[in-house]
Design a protein around this ligand. Sequence first.
Ligand code: SAH
Length: 360
Amino acid sequence: MKPLADTLNEIIAHDGPITVERYMSLCLRHYYATRDPLGAAGDFTTAPEISQMFGELIGLWMMEIWHAMGRPAPCRLVELGPGRGSLMADLLRATRVLPDFKAAATVHLVETSPALRQRQQAALASSGFALEWHDRLEDVPPGPTLLVANEFFDALPVRQFLATERGWCERLVGIDGDRLIFGLRPEAEQGLGNPLRPGDVLEWPAASIEVMGELTRRLERDRGAALILDYGYWGPAYGDTLQALRQHAFVDPLAEPGEADLTTHVDFHRLTQAAIAGGTQAHGIGLQGDFLKALGIEARAAALKARATPAQATDIEKALARLTERGPTGMGELFKVLAVTDRAIEAVPGLPALSTSSQD
Ligand code: SAH
């Protein structure tokens, strides 16, 4: 395949500088289509790759809600961006205790990368569940829905605007000689309010808001619940969170287009606003560590350790610590959890219902 840098040069030479959103979109499509980015040999590691406990506990969460909903059949079990399929494999294994659930559930994997679809197929073929792949959430057949998205929203493109004396100007990617550089659209964007401090960056996650819109329409129409876990914050905040990771190290986001993972931090406030605007109920947000503890990760680790070799027991301890750890670099605190449900579901395990007034 032609290097993406060449394609970008042609596009920019022809169209002029492109938005950060289009740049991210082109890079991410190329990046995910051409590799399995996960794990020690890849660029980054995610919670389901650290331990089976993560997917198992989410499976228990799903089953509890399925019960509370009156055990609907069929039930669409959906994952957005399933990576290697590890979360779904662990989740499905945990639901084995409920044969009725297996009979009711059809599994829907929303994944654009052909390379990762193959990995998912290999991970899930022996699960015994009916499996279907889709490019978009819209393509999942109607029906009561239980959905999970781990590290999916951070992989969607955002627009970026820089505060200037003229107002919010959109950040662009152009060419200088043979390198890509950031630039600015000269005219200010209207409708974003007045910038407070020059230099602030506003990120507008149009793609995430669109997915949330589709999700809330589905939950309102067909009933159900969605669990969203990601690296993020409760906004509004004004900073540039675009980052590129290659082989577990940060690199310049413009240096190796399509060869490094590009992400931004998820603004959970905006996602929640989109969920509430769509008429659904939001729960959370919680810290991943607190959420997993409320679901019983410590007891699950103890049960696994009881049957483990000493070396395995050490690994289980390490995984437990890594998933739940507090502090500025701990996954237990950096990762947040938001649940979105139809309004008939008043409570979900591990997260408080969010009152509408607390999220203005
Ligand atoms: N959830 C997995 C993988 C996270 S990586 C885990 O926790 O390990 C992001 C995943 O989202 C990959 O599977 C990637 O191919 C997929 N993805 C990225 N953009 C997407 C899009 N626009 N539509 C569907 N899937 C997408």
